[in-house]
Design a protein around this ligand. Structure first.
Ligand SMILES: Cc1ncc(COP(=O)(O)O)c(C=O)c1O
Length: 395
């Protein structure tokens, strides 16, 4: 029934068993071969001494974090990046031993306890936060120092101490008990832009901050700055590690960076035709009758909707693939279902598989296509698929 090489591998955190997924009305298919390929591509692109951190926050950009983490670590990534403490704990509970950096902010007693207990590595963005960590670890009599990562703000205006205060900040953290500086890093705001000016200004500020730290006699252990876009665009910004999210999932952060590496999209969104009918000319379709059939039409109802993460704003603006052919979606996308015009495909059957994102024959619909229609970015599209869609690993 499925058109591609299929050994179904259902991630542990899915509620369906290996056979149940096959009867699902809709699912997200994760090509673990493509994931591994992308990591190899990146690994070969980086110099051997540059480490690769796979950013697996937000459930690995919607791909399923445990399965993704296991695959990328087997393929050449050596670090994992998450946003929150629970995301890190989920990976530890699955038995993952690799170093895990929490990219987001952490302050509370519970978070600090969990970080120490689960051997997660926090980002420190201010002297106040560093003092809270040190005092809390003292209070709970935590004996061994915990590895921490110093975040500098060089122009993103999000987390981090202003780059001009880098020396003071690093010196303070170094003197505090219970903390061991593992890396110093910053995040780029415009690395995907065609104009490199702001990225280079941030790079310059990062270099100045590091010079400041070195002038105090402190040798920074590990430096990192680049996300996917900077990794592809500017090898001079790779430093000791790169933090790559989007590119490991096979998408390019910008059109002009597409040709840098041969990346393969990892995620495909699929659903089944649940009902087929013929409607007469003049018949309205779906809520609000935004679409009125101009002639007699064959219509396929598909078991996926906005509650699964297909944005309602794509109503009447998206297409899908069936039997390797593109067909238009018509009428308003509803919570659990949407309708396709399959008038050109008279032999479509109920139960047939529809590809909403992915490849069939020579046709492809990508998260970039949806992002363009919705005036957003592919990152948001990937993160938008809800948990009621099982993630099915394809090896
Ligand atoms: C601090 C940090 N580093 C790296 C990344 C990875 O970014 P990208 O998906 O563009 O590679 C992110 C993602 O938002 C991030 O917040």
């Amino acid at each position: 029934m499925l058109s591609r090489k299929q050994t179904p591998h259902v991630p542990e955190n899915q509620q369906c068993d290996t056979y149940a997924w096959f009867s699902q009305r809709a699912w997200v298919e994760i090509d673990l071969g493509a994931l591994s390929h992308n990591v190899h591509q990146l690994r070969n692109f980086l110099s051997p001494h540059t480490e690769l951190m796979a950013v697996v926050k937000a459930d690995a950009y919607g791909h399923g974090s445990v399965t993704v983490a296991q695959t990328v670590l087997q393929s050449g990534a050596s670090w994992l990046g998450v946003a929150t403490v629970p995301e890190g704990i989920q990976l530890r509970e699955a038995g993952i031993k690799a170093p895990i950096l929490i990219l987001g902010a952490t302050h509370t007693l519970e978070q600090i306890h969990a970080i120490a207990h689960w051997k997660l590595q926090p980002t420190l963005s201010s002297p106040k936060q560093a003092l809270i960590f040190s005092d809390t670890l003292e209070a709970i009599k935590f004996t061994s120092p915990i590895p921490v990562h110093i975040k500098l703000d060089t122009g993103m205006s999000r987390l981090g101490t202003n780059w001009q205060q880098a020396g003071e900040f690093v010196q303070l953290v170094q003197r505090l008990p219970h903390l061991e500086i593992k890396s110093i890093y910053s995040h780029l705001a415009t690395a995907d832009s065609l104009d490199p000016e702001v990225m280079m200004q941030q790079h310059q500020r990062f270099s100045e901050a590091i010079a400041q730290i070195k002038a105090l006699g402190i040798e920074p252990p590990c430096l990192h700055l680049a996300n996917s876009a900077a990794t592809l665009a500017a090898p001079g910004l790779h430093y000791d590690m790169v933090r790559v999210g989007l590119a490991i999932y096979g998408l390019s952060p910008a059109l002009h960076l597409r040709s840098r590496l041969d990346l393969k999209p990892v995620l495909q969104l699929k659903a089944r035709v649940t009902h087929i009918k013929t409607i007469a000319a003049g018949t309205g379709v779906s809520y609000g009758h935004q679409f009125i059939a101009p002639h007699e039409m064959r219509l396929a109802v598909v078991g996926i909707g906005y509650a699964d993460g297909v944005p309602r704003n794509l109503s009447g603006k998206m297409q899908a693939l069936i039997q390797g052919r593109r067909v238009p979606q018509i009428g308003a996308i509803t919570m659990d279902q949407l309708m396709l015009d399959v008038s050109t495909l008279p032999n479509i059957q109920e139960g047939e598989i529809v590809t909403l994102l992915g490849e069939e024959a020579k046709e492809e619909i990508s998260a970039d296509d949806w992002a363009k229609q919705l005036n957003t970015i592919s990152w948001e599209i990937l993160c938008g698929f809800k948990h009621r869609l099982p993630r099915v690993g394809v090896i």
